[in-house]
Structures are given as C-alpha cells and as structure tokens.
Design a protein around this ligand. Structure first.
Ligand SMILES: Nc1ncnc2c1ncn2[C@@H]1O[C@H](COP(=O)(O)OP(=O)(O)OP(=O)(O)O)[C@@H](O)[C@H]1O
Ligand SMILES: [Mg+2]
Length: 201
C-alpha cells in the first residue's frame, strides 16, 4: 500500500460538484486504508477563515490558508482534499508550488446548467443583482489551463466523475487499487458502517 501524501485540489464554480465529488473520493480513499482530510470551503469559512468575505484579497487569504493546511497534511503522508471555488489562477499556482504531489481537478460546468441546478438558490439571486461579487456571474473565475483532471460535470454522472478521479490516482500510484474483488458487497457495507461509527464518514 502506498503512503505517499498528496493534495487533491478541486476548483470550479459554485454548484459544479466539488463537495459532492470530494466526499465520494474521501470515502473511497478511507476505504482503501489511507488517512484523509477534506477541507471544504463552506466549512473552512465557519472556522479557520471565519470573518473573511469575498473580496479578491479575502478569497486569496482563504485559499492560502487551505493550501497551507493541505501541505502540512501531505508532507505527513496523509491525503488532503480541498473543495473551494479557488477562482484565481495566480493563487492556485502559488499553492501548487508548495506541494510535492498536487492534483488539480477542474469541475467544469456551464453557467446555464448551474443556473438550472441552482443547488443553493444563489444563481437566481446573483443574476437578479441581489448578490454582488458572485463568482461566474459578477465576479471572475479563471479556468485552470493545466489541471491534471478536467471533469465535465454537466454531462458525466457523479459515479463517472468519481471513477475518473480514482483511476487517475491509481495510475499515478497515489492510491492503492480498491480492496480486492474478494470483498463482498456485504463486507463493504460492514466496513462503511464501521467508518461511520468512528465518525470518519
Ligand atoms: N458529475 C457530477 N459531479 C458532481 N456533481 C454532480 C455531477 N452531476 C450532477 N451533479 C450535481 O451537481 C450538484 C453539485 O453540488 P455541490 O454542492 O457538490 O457543488 P460545489 O461545487 O461544492 O458548490 P459550492 O462551491 O457552492 O460549494 C449536486 O446537486 C450534484 O448532485
Ligand atoms: Mg461545496
């Protein structure tokens, strides 16, 4: 089993699928026996980055803090997963440079589709001018040009996107292959229940 730490960095517009996929991948990596932490933008803004707003400066500070913690985890052999919009390319580049093993995942989805999904009800408000500085509507999002993984979350299913990430990580030797085919569906369920009991997932 590998115990090489790495950072899996999701970037993409609100509602593009960062949290959904980060949670799926987190669970799967745990099931494969590695230590993993998920740093989700929404959660981080309630503690580590509490009080920060959405100016460029505050967004950059938030992302730098998440990147700093990811690096601490990575260098100790853990897997760090970041799921925050991270709209600015220069700060993403800066964070990448901190890391030895950095995998950027771009969850790509059109504004039309995001407005249709409107998972948090924010796009309609932003488009109506009720929210200022909303990424993708009236605040910039700089698409990554060198992301290791680009997911078309508009067309792909959640399962497809999750599998594409895991396959990439396996091929890079960053995560071990799934617990062998010798584990039955029942055993897998029991492992999942145990992880839940232990508050891991
Ligand atoms: N391939 C896919 N990958 C991820 N999510 C998908 C995919 N296809 C459809 N979805 C749906 O898109 C939505 C993604 O919402 P999610 O909260 O994960 O976005 P987010 O990027 O974390 O947004 P935010 O930046 O606001 O936190 C969910 O409702 C999910 O079911
Ligand atoms: Mg999210």
């Amino acid at each position: 089993m590998t115990n090489k730490g790495f950072t899996l960095w999701f970037t993409g517009l609100s509602g593009a699928g960062k949290t959904t996929l980060a949670k799926r991948v987190e669970k799967e990596i745990l099931m494969r026996g590695m230590g993993v932490e998920l740093l989700d933008g929404d959660v981080i803004r309630t503690n580590l980055s509490k009080g920060l707003g959405f100016s460029k400066e505050d967004r950059d500070t938030n992302i730098r803090r998440i990147g700093f913690v990811c690096n601490l985890l990575e260098r100790n052999g853990a897997v760090a997963i970041a799921a925050a919009i991270s709209p600015y390319a220069d700060v993403r580049r800066e964070i990448r440079a901190l890391h030895k093993n950095f995998v950027e995942v771009f969850t790509k989805c059109s504004l039309d589709k995001l407005t249709e999904r409107d998972t948090k009800g924010l796009y309609k408000k932003a488009l109506a001018g009720e929210i200022k500085g909303f990424t993708g509507v009236n605040d910039p999002y700089e698409e990554p040009e060198n992301a290791e993984i680009v997911l078309d979350t508009e067309a792909e299913s959640i399962e497809d996107s999750t599998n594409r990430i895991l396959t990439y990580l396996e091929e890079r030797g960053l995560v071990p292959a799934p617990v062998g085919g010798d584990v039955s569906a029942e055993e897998r369920k029991a492992i999942e229940a145990k992880l839940k009991d232990l508050n891991f997932v």
